[in-house]
Design a protein around this ligand. Structure first.
Ligand code: MN3
Length: 247
């Protein structure tokens, strides 16, 4: 393969890997670029910048989660806030020559990254995750997930109470999470754009469900009433998607 074609192939292969795996909880392996000795600095830069975050397509229209989440908030949240995290983390990866090939590797080494990479990487991942665990109409947890919730929290009502408390007691900006920690479901929260995949997070596990409690997620419609936002958000949880992450 000619060098130019080979580089294009590597970029395409890596891009495909990232797009396929975005938001997925499973550990995945990157397309590996082997580097021969005669390659140029440009090739080296390409290999180092293997990971790039991509914004998932919103799985529904901006107005689809009305009246629980308003269309203007969805539009600004997706096109301004989330788009900025994606751009800024990719800038940080390029500027700092961050060489990790996968998101899993990136978050497993957050303690070694700059604040820019950590905050924007978290923002990129967390929002891709958040869009996918919501859908119009919501529903109820399917059997296996319902069993796991009942097993860990006694009942669905108690689970909701505990998750709501995590969302309400997160001071300032952050996220509430349901995670799978080696077969046990746990509820917790993280500050800023941290997430449970980060090696330096106080709360760890495989994310199953996430709720953004930054004011930008609700302030236009709910102002200071985070409790009403959280209460209404239960109406749009995509339980089938949550269950699929428990596999
Ligand atoms: Mn947000």
């Amino acid at each position: 393969m000619k060098k130019t074609n080979r580089r294009k192939f590597v970029q395409t292969a890596v891009k495909a890997t990232v797009l396929t795996s975005m938001g997925a909880p499973a550990i995945f392996s990157a397309a590996c670029a082997t580097k021969s000795t005669e390659e140029t600095d440009e090739d080296t830069a390409t290999a180092l910048a293997a990971l790039s975050f991509a914004q998932v397509k919103l799985p529904y229209d901006y107005a689809a989660l009305e009246p629980n989440i308003d269309a203007t908030t969805m539009d600004i949240h997706y096109n301004k806030h989330h788009a900025a995290y994606i751009k800024n983390v990719n800038d940080a990866i390029a500027e700092e020559k961050i060489a990790f090939g996968t998101e899993a590797e990136f978050f497993a080494n957050t303690s070694k990254l700059s604040a820019k990479a950590r905050n924007n990487g978290g923002g990129a991942y967390n929002h891709n995750f958040f869009w996918q665990v919501m859908k119009p109409g919501g529903g109820v947890p399917p059997g296996k997930l319902a069993d796991a919730i009942n097993g860990s929290f006694e009942s669905f009502e108690k689970f909701k109470e505990q998750f709501t408390a995590a969302a309400m007691t997160r001071f300032g900006s952050g996220w509430a999470w349901l995670v799978n920690d080696n077969g046990t479901l746990k509820i917790g929260s993280t500050p800023n754009q941290d997430n449970p995949l980060m090696d330096n997070s106080d709360f760890k596990g495989t994310p199953l469900l996430a709720l953004d409690v930054w004011e930008h997620a609700y302030y236009l419609k709910y102002q200071n009433k985070r409790n009403e936002y959280v209460a209404n958000w239960w109406n749009v949880v995509n339980w089938d998607e949550v269950a699929s992450r428990l596999e």
